[in-house]
Design a protein around this ligand. Sequence first.
Ligand SMILES: [Mg+2]
Length: 253
Amino acid sequence: MIESILFDLSGVLYDGDQVIPGAQQAVQRAQRSGIEVRFITNTSQKTRQNLLLHLHSLKFAVEETQLFTAVDAARQWLRQRNLRPFCLVHENIIGEFADFDQHNPNAVLIADAAEGFHYHSLNRAFQLCIAGAPLLGIGYNRYFKSGDQLVLDAGAFIKTIEFGAGVEAVIVGKPSVEFFKQVVASTSARPEHTLMVGDDVFGDVEGALNVGLQAALVRTGKYRPGDEDKVSGDFNTVDSVTEAVELALNNRG
Ligand SMILES: [Mg+2]
C-alpha cells in the first residue's frame, strides 16, 4: 500500500532545464489522487528559493513545505551544535549560510562547490578536519547528470577529505537515516507505505530501503544499465517517474 511518494528532483523530474517527458503529468496525477507528495533533494547548487522558482518555472506545483533539501539539513545540524562552519559550497548558496559566524571555523561543510573545489579550498578543509573539526557532507553522491554529461558531485570530494584527514563525514542529505525520517514524519504515512522515487541507486534507493521505505529506481537521469544490480533488497526498476506513479496508484490502500 502506498500513501505517500517522495520524489527526488534532478534525474527524476528534470535534467537541468529539461523536464523529463511525462514528469509534470505524473506529479500532478499523484497530487490529484490524494497521495501525499514530498520532494527531497541533495542538490546544493541552488538556494531553496531558487530551487522552488526552478520547479515552478518547469510547471511543478511544489509547495514550500513539501520541499526538503540537504542544504537545510546541514543548516539545522550546524545550528543545533552552534558551530562556525568553513563552507566549501557553491557560490550560488553562500548566502544560505550568511547568518553563521564563519570566523575561526570549528566545522567543515562540503556541498557541491563545483569550480570552488581547488587545492587551496580542499586543503583548508583538510587542515581543519585533521585538527579535529567535524566534517559535514551533503551526500555521498558520486556524480549527477548535467545536460547530456555526467559530472562529479560532492561525494567524491568528501571522500578526498575523509581519506586525507583520516576522518568520517557526517552525511546530512540522502542517504542519511535522519533526513529520510524527517521527511516521512512530515506526512501522515508510515515508512512502509511511503515510496521513494529516485535515479541514484545508492542515495535514493538503498537509503530509502534502509529506513524501511519502498523504492523505485527510474531509468532516467544518471541511471546506467546494471545500476539495479548494485544494491540488494526488494525494489522496482521503472522506465520513468510516470511508471513509478502508476505503480503507486495501483497499490493504493
Ligand atoms: Mg537525482
